[in-house]
Design a protein around this ligand. Structure first.
Ligand code: FPP
Length: 236
């Protein structure tokens, strides 16, 4: 007998959607064209996740570091997010998607922050797929925020277990990702869900995000299914 745990389908898939800029540059297009095409890939992957029976999909749509990009690109990305939310929300809702946003949404301004909140409230009862959008998200900030909130809640040092701490993270109530995918050939975590990916399987693919489709998603899931997860325990 072995202590390994095998799940053919990951319950939670997290994705670092990388390569939009390179996709655009390779076509002599402005970077925003790559982001727009990336938004189409977001649609495809939500669909694929639902089809494959994945329960939670977390997408790294905007990192804390992305604010340092040229103002024009930040404006374009913010506009795209707003547009995406407005044009897709009803369909997402009809498809049974529950939206949850993690990260410093208030940095996008009160209007978008409020729209995100409304979207979360509207879809809160849906159960088909939980779509976690990481917006102005940073893993270290998430951990520091959790520490602050635990202190503010008056948690005593001896009461602070990993489980208690996880309840103060932005992802409270969401199971940890089983599989993390990063596209575009880069092999880094880039301050994504640092705490939450402790035991995630990681799949790096050279495919640029705008080219990423259901087939690539299926291949990553197949790769995951082949791996033996031991959560640090040795086979007996
Ligand atoms: C990385 O590509 C991607 C981003 C910084 C943003 C991700 C945004 C999208 C997929 C589109 C909008 C999302 C939604 C939810 C509508 P990059 O620009 O870093 O690419 P590069 O490394 O090739 O320059």
């Amino acid at each position: 007998m072995s202590s390994s745990v095998s799940h053919p389908t990951p319950r939670h898939v997290a994705v670092i959607m990388d390569g939009n800029g390179r996709w655009a540059t390779a076509r002599s297009l402005p970077r925003i064209a790559g982001h727009r095409e990336g938004a189409k890939a977001v649609r495809r992957i939500i669909e694929a996740a639902i089809d494959q029976g994945v329960g939670y999909l977390t997408l790294f749509a905007f990192s804390s570091e992305n604010w340092q990009r040229p103002a024009e690109e930040v404006t374009d990305l913010t506009f795209l997010l707003k547009h995406y939310l407005r044009s897709e929300l009803n369909e997402l809702h009809e498809r049974g998607v529950r939206l949850r946003v993690i990260g410093e949404r208030e940095r996008f301004g009160p209007n978008l922050a409020e729209e995100l909140e409304t979207a979360e409230a509207k879809t809160a009862g849906n159960t088909k797929l939980t779509l976690v959008m990481a917006l102005s998200y940073g893993g270290r900030a998430d951990i520091v925020g959790a520490a602050r909130r635990a202190m503010q809640a008056g948690v005593k040092p001896e009461e602070l277990t990993e489980q208690v701490f996880a309840g103060f993270l932005s992802t409270a109530g969401i199971p940890d990702p089983d599989l993390l995918i990063r596209t575009s050939g880069e092999e880094r975590i880039s301050n994504f869900l640092l705490w939450q990916i402790a035991y995630a399987e990681i799949v790096f693919t050279p495919v640029l995000w705008p080219d990423f489709g259901a087939k690539d998603f299926g291949e990553a899931l197949n790769e995951y299914a082949k791996r033996e997860r031991r959560f640090g325990a040795r086979p007996v």
